[in-house]
Design a protein around this ligand. Structure first.
Ligand code: TXA
Ligand code: MG
Length: 325
């Protein structure tokens, strides 16, 4: 496995690898992705294998722009208005598969919909354009673990399972994209992420949160949203207003409680964008054997706070999956 600077030669090599059915990890503005040719069933199978990901959990196809997206999905008016504001960027649309869409069936886990996104990171853009392929890319970590926001996180999580990592620096958003289902009359927020609910509603009006749907419906429409996910190896305690000496503290704001064994502050000034960008790297830094628990201070449930709290709740959910991921 090699971590390389994203020079023109490296992008070229990565694009050739992808066209030959190989895998490449690359930076996007949200988190690092583990990419493969989205039209190649075997490349897609290799992604599931490298991640240890259950095959019922479909992948996002990455494209450079709206024009390319229209080859793979049945585009819509809402998608058009949202793309004008958010693309390229951290917003993924779930749309019906286009007729004769070449996206591998395995990539969509047999669903008749496709999740599609145009990332803004220059390395992601350059790679997709050089490969001249839609690129299926989940976060570049073993299934269930915290998403990587640095090239070295990818190396730590996937090791020799990935031959090449294009190092585009730390991810500026730091949280996965928002996943929005546009197949019905009203958009449904399947996963909160880097594009905020408020900004989306500013374009298309009120949307539905998948949590508001009956349990079965939510599970069906967003198969990846397992309760326990993004799990560090130490237990996580939310809404902490005080800490004990055996705990690590994930703080937010100017006045963290004193006394923790280790402390990281997501944003001393209380800036949610800064907190999002720091979240996964700081969870990793605090996830150490010498602490008993990671205590997390309350984070406001507005803007990017919706996605931050979603990831924190999953990190805290203990349904027996910890240790297996
Ligand atoms: O920011 C991101 O979205 C990153 C970067 C690499 O682009 N990718 C990412 O992929 O987070 P992944 O595979 O970790 O998450 C994809 C999410 C999962 O929750 C999956 O269930 C959902 O998208 N998804 C994919 N296809 C879907 C579909 N057809 N219908 C509903 N949900 C879908
Ligand atoms: Mg993931």
């Amino acid at each position: 496995m090699r971590i390389v600077e994203p020079t023109a030669a490296a992008i070229d090599e990565a694009a050739r690898l992808l066209r030959a059915g190989g895998l490449v990890a690359f930076s996007t503005e949200t988190v690092y992705g583990l990419g493969g040719d989205a039209t190649n069933e075997r490349a897609v199978a290799a992604i599931f294998d490298a991640k240890g990901r259950p095959m019922f959990n479909p992948l996002i196809a990455h494209v450079p722009d709206v024009r390319e997206a229209q080859r793979f999905v049945q585009w819509s008016d809402a998608a058009d208005r949202l793309a004008a504001k958010f693309w390229p960027g951290p917003l993924t649309f779930v749309l019906p598969r286009a007729e004769r869409s070449p996206i591998a069936l395995l990539a969509t886990a047999g669903l008749d919909t496709v999740a599609i996104r145009a990332p803004s990171h220059p390395v992601a853009q350059a790679l997709i354009r050089a490969a001249e392929l839609p690129i299926a890319a989940p976060s570049a970590n073993r299934s269930g673990a915290v998403s990587p926001t640095r090239a070295e996180h990818v190396a730590q999580s996937l090791g020799e399972r990935v031959p090449l990592i294009l190092d585009g620096g730390p991810c500026v958003v730091g949280l996965e994209s928002t996943v929005l289902d546009l197949t019905g009359a009203t958009p449904v927020l399947l996963r909160p992420g880097g594009a905020t609910r408020e900004a989306i509603e500013g374009v298309v009006g009120p949307i539905v949160l998948s949590e508001a749907l009956p349990t079965g419906a939510a599970a069906r429409s967003s198969p990846g949203q397992l309760a326990s996910h993004y799990a560090p190896s130490r237990p996580v305690r939310l809404e902490a207003t005080s800490v004990s000496p055996d705990e690590a503290l994930l703080a937010f704001g100017a006045h963290p409680p004193a006394g923790a064994r280790l402390t990281c502050n997501l944003s001393p000034t209380g800036d949610l964008a800064e907190a999002a960008a720091n979240l996964f790297a700081q969870m990793r830094a605090l996830d150490r054997p010498e602490i008993s628990r990671i205590a997390v201070m309350p984070i406001p449930q507005t803007g990017l706070g919706l996605a931050i709290n979603d990831r924190l709740r999953r990190a805290a959910a203990d349904d027996g999956a910890r240790g297996r991921s």
